[in-house]
Design a protein around this ligand. Structure first.
Ligand code: E4P
Length: 213
């Protein structure tokens, strides 16, 4: 499984990129709004740091508006991936953008049917929201597992991003489910890199090393 960082915070993106673990970035309107910066400038900053897929979300609700926004965003860099909400209008926009060679990430996926339809419309990526499904007492990882099985069964190239990741357990479960990617907030990315026994092991090695003196 590959990693994206799920943030619009440039410092977090720089740190995560330096780790050598992430391949790209996913943003959404809430994450961008949290930064309080002008959207285009912020995307330019991210583009200057990350050489990989960068998902930027459209806010129009109609396919025409989505395509117009997407064309402006895609002109910023070949690394830009247009995040499109999973609606009928979103599917139309995905079809048009795919025909134009613009990559898409169909977001807010909460069912197997939605994932299959997005893939058939030509989505480069689909983003099932694991944490938000768990929030309503459904099983987000189970949905990821079902999408992986279905895409394999039908030989679809669309890549699956386990999104709305809330814990290190979600990451491990996404790996086991066969997700191509997980998009992970910075704090959870760091938590996943650490282990109590690693810390204790380092401490013990250093303590023993001191005995040499
Ligand atoms: C997906 O790409 C979204 O940006 C994100 O994973 C949503 O996560 P949340 O449910 O924690 O807001």
């Amino acid at each position: 499984m590959r990693f994206f960082i799920d943030t619009a915070n440039i410092e977090e993106i720089r740190e995560a990129w330096a780790l050598g673990v992430i391949e790209g970035v996913t943003t959404n309107p809430s994450l961008v709004a949290k930064e309080g910066k002008e959207f285009t400038g912020l995307m330019q900053e991210i583009i200057s740091v990350v050489d990989g897929p960068i998902s930027a979300e459209v806010i129009s609700l109609d396919s025409e508006g989505m395509v117009a926004e997407a064309e402006t965003l895609a002109a910023m860099s070949p690394n830009i991936v247009i995040k499109i909400p999973m609606t009928a209008e979103g599917l139309k926009a995905t079809k048009i953008l795919t025909a134009k060679g613009i990559k898409t990430n169909v977001t807010l996926i909460f069912s197997l049917n939605q994932a299959m339809m997005a893939a058939r419309a030509g989505a480069t990526f689909v983003s099932p929201f694991v944490g938000r499904l768990d929030d309503v007492n459904a099983n987000g990882i189970e949905l990821v597992r079902e999408i992986v099985a279905a895409f394999n069964c039908y030989g679809l190239d669309t890549k699956i991003i386990a999104a709305s990741i809330r814990s290190v357990t979600h990451i491990a479960e996404a790996i086991k489910a066969g997700a191509h990617y997980a998009t992970v907030p910075y704090s959870i990315l760091l938590a996943a890199a650490t282990h109590l026994l690693t810390d204790q092991g380092i401490e013990r090695f250093l303590r023993d090393w001191q005995k040499l003196k």
